[in-house]
Structures are given as C-alpha cells and as structure tokens.
Write a protein that binds this ligand. Structure first.
Ligand SMILES: NC(=O)C1=CN([C@@H]2O[C@H](COP(=O)(O)OP(=O)(O)OC[C@H]3O[C@@H](n4cnc5c(N)ncnc54)[C@H](OP(=O)(O)O)[C@@H]3O)[C@@H](O)[C@H]2O)C=CC1
Ligand SMILES: CC(C)(CO)C(=O)C(=O)O
Length: 346
C-alpha cells in the first residue's frame, strides 16, 4: 500500500534523496522548497549517487512544488496528507512544527522527522498530540552542490522509531512507510529504542560535524592532517560514550565508538572523504545545527554532572562561528558591539 499523499518539507541534500525514493514508490509527493524553488519548479532535481546511480533526473512532472505548507494545504483540496517528511535543519527559534501545521490533519497525518541531533521531537508532540510521530536516524552522506543538484555517497540507512503521543497508530504508520519505501530503494528499519540510536549517531555527528566545520576539512582530510587528529576524535567519542552511559543508553560503548570510527570513517581514507552537513553549512554561510548536535548534549551533561570538556569546547567554538557567520560584516571579524546589537534585536 502506498502512502498516497506525502508532503516533503525541505528538498535539500537529504530530502531530495527521499523525493527520489518516494517517486520510485509512486507516491503523490508535494515538495516545500525555498532557495531551490525555481530549480524544482522548472528543471527538477538531478542526483549523482554512488548507491542509486549517476545522472538521475527527477522531472517536475513527478511531484508538485510549493513555497509553503499553507500553499500545499490549499492545493490539496481537503485531501489530507498521510505523511509529512521533515527534512530541514533543526535550528533554534524556528518552530518548524508551527510552519508545517497548516498541512497537518489532526489525528491523521504522520509526522516523520529525518534530522540529526537529540531532543528534537517535543515541539511536534506538544503541537500535534494525537498524530503519529516518527523520529528517524539517517546515515546518508549527501550534499546539495547547487540548487537542485545533489551528490550522494553509497549509503542510505534510515532507522525509524516512535516518539510517544496519544496516537495508537504510530507503529502501523511506520510499517506502512517502510513497506512502501523499501521496495523503491529505501533502506528503512523499525527500531523501538530509537533514542539509543540517536546517541549512536552522535558518535558521528558530535566529533565530525563541528571539527570539519571548524577546520574546513572533509573527514579524512582532518584525520590525515596531523598525528594528533585521531586522538582528538577519540577524545570526543569517549565523552559521547560517557554521557550516553550516564543517561542509561548502555549499548553506546567504547567498542561501539571504535567500530564506528574503524568501520564507517577509516574505510574512506584514500578517497576525497565526505563533507558532514555542518561543514557544508559553513561553506555556504548557512546556520549550523549547533544546539541539537552539541548544545543539548552539553546541557544534559551539566545536569547529570558528567564531565565533557571537549564537547563544551566544540560547542563554544561552533556557536561563536555560527554567530560570526550570521552577523559579521563581509571581510571583517564579528565585533562585540555587533553581537550585542544583534542579540538584543533578535
Ligand atoms: N546532509 C547529510 O549528509 C545528512 C544530513 N542529516 C540531517 O538531515 C537534516 C537535513 O539536512 P540536509 O538535507 O543536509 O540540509 P539542507 O540544508 O541540504 O536541506 C534542507 C532543506 O530544507 C529547506 N528548508 C528549510 N526551511 C524551509 C522552509 N521554511 N520552507 C521551505 N524549505 C525549507 C532548505 O531550504 P533553503 O536552502 O532555503 O535553506 C533546504 O533546501 C538535518 O537535520 C541534517 O543534520 C542527516 C544525515 C546526513
Ligand atoms: C556524518 C553524516 C554524513 C552521516 O550520515 C551526517 O550525519 C551529516 O552530514 O550530518
């Protein structure tokens, strides 16, 4: 059974790969686009993927494109969306749950978060207490290199799990999504203990995303940059493990961290490596997901009395870089007064 009507909120690096899979599954997809709206409307999307093949073209005839969820709701002629895939970045103060609300039918639409970080779900559970809410961990190295053009590696794994709401249909909604997308090229797996998987994913995101963003290096370029680089990564990994253990996520161990480094990152040595999403954000002068990847973990660590000095350092540095990227004048460093002015007006 196909999820007949799907809204894709954000057709960037990750969203467009899911657009491809949804189109392959013959789903009726509406994509909400912003900076790539014109490309999506006129030319469609182009994907070069190590997994799905080079030169894939998704023409605009295969989906609808809109600028807002409100417009999506208007053109949907009272036919509810069965699923909304949220594939935008998780940034502070955005209230994406409010932005998608016009397209959410109470008690019906399943909201699917395909995003990094921890503690990202509550705003959706609070705003849509009777809807199924799925939270997903994505292993999918992908980049939008120019509007509508996506380069993807050779992995696409999506762990899909429940976030509690009053809905009794959450698992069923996950199973329908999985059975629809997997024959079409998806690689989705239902995981009940999804929050544990979010901590596993932090083993990649907490060290690599900020370090690559701060150094402007792809992952393996950083690893090869000095004799100290690997130990720096391992130091952050040990803190993610310590924090996860303190939260009761016992399977996030030093061995699991070692496996992630050896099995997922080191095999890329000798290749150009990957650009974690935070690095891409810095390169394009976009905001970074500092809070959900580092801010939330360090806050939890503080509360639990777990010592995470390396993560605190990475948080402070990437937060300052994010501020500088937002508010400095071109060619100049961020000034203390600019920071004060911007903070008091935002
Ligand atoms: N890229 C990767 O390799 C991976 C990313 N992730 C996670 O997936 C999530 C998505 O990341 P990614 O795809 O890389 O991010 P991108 O920035 O490439 O894509 C996000 C898309 O959402 C769009 N968007 C945001 N807000 C709106 C809005 N209000 N209306 C319409 N469109 C909007 C953006 O438009 P605009 O261009 O205008 O901002 C952009 O096209 C993040 O949480 C990331 O951490 C997880 C695994 C791997
Ligand atoms: C590291 C990676 C590519 C893993 O899929 C990722 O999650 C990101 O770029 O944010």
């Amino acid at each position: 059974m196909a999820p007949s009507k799907v809204l894709l909120f954000g057709s960037g690096a990750v969203g467009t790969i899911y657009l491809h899979v949804l189109v392959q599954a013959n789903s009726n997809v509406t994509a909400v686009c912003r900076s790539n709206y014109d490309a999506a409307k006129t030319e469609g999307f182009h994907i070069d993927s190590g997994l799905y093949g080079k030169g894939i073209h998704i023409p605009p005839s295969k989906y609808q494109v809109v600028k807002t969820p409100t417009e999506a709701a208007e053109i949907s002629k009272n036919e509810p969306f069965d699923y909304i895939l949220v594939c935008s970045k998780v940034l502070p103060d955005l209230e994406t749950s409010k932005t998608i609300a016009p397209a959410v039918t109470e008690g019906h639409t399943t909201i699917v978060l395909i995003q990094n970080g921890i503690d990202i779900e509550q705003e959706y559970a609070s705003r849509f207490p009777t809807n199924p809410l799925l939270t997903c961990v994505a292993y999918i190295p992908t980049t939008q290199t120019s509007p509508g053009y996506i380069t993807h590696g050779d992995v696409n794994i999506l762990e899909v799990g429940p976030f509690p709401t009053k809905s009794t249909r959450t698992k069923e909604a996950a199973e329908t999504l999985i059975s629809t997308l997997n024959p079409a090229g998806g690689n989705l797996k239902y995981v009940e203990k999804i929050q544990e998987k979010r901590r596993f994913k932090l083993l990649l995101n907490a060290p690599w995303n900020p370090i690559c963003a701060l150094t402007l290096c792809r992952d393996v370029a950083f690893l090869g940059s000095s004799d100290f680089a690997e130990d720096v990564i391992k130091g952050v990994l040990s803190e993610v493990v310590k924090l996860s253990q303190a939260q009761g996520f016992e399977s996030v161990t030093d061995e699991a961290a070692e496996k992630m480094l050896e099995g997922m990152v080191k095999p890329r040595i000798g290749t150009i490596g990957i650009e974690p999403s935070m690095l891409v954000d810095v390169l394009w002068n976009r905001r970074m997901e500092v809070e959900v990847i580092l801010g939330n973990p360090v806050k939890i660590a503080k509360r639990l009395g777990v010592d995470v000095p390396r993560m605190e350092m990475l948080y402070a540095l990437t937060k300052a870089l994010d501020d500088a990227n937002r508010w400095r004048q071109p060619g100049q460093a961020l000034t203390g007064t600019a920071l004060k002015d911007e903070k008091s007006s935002s």
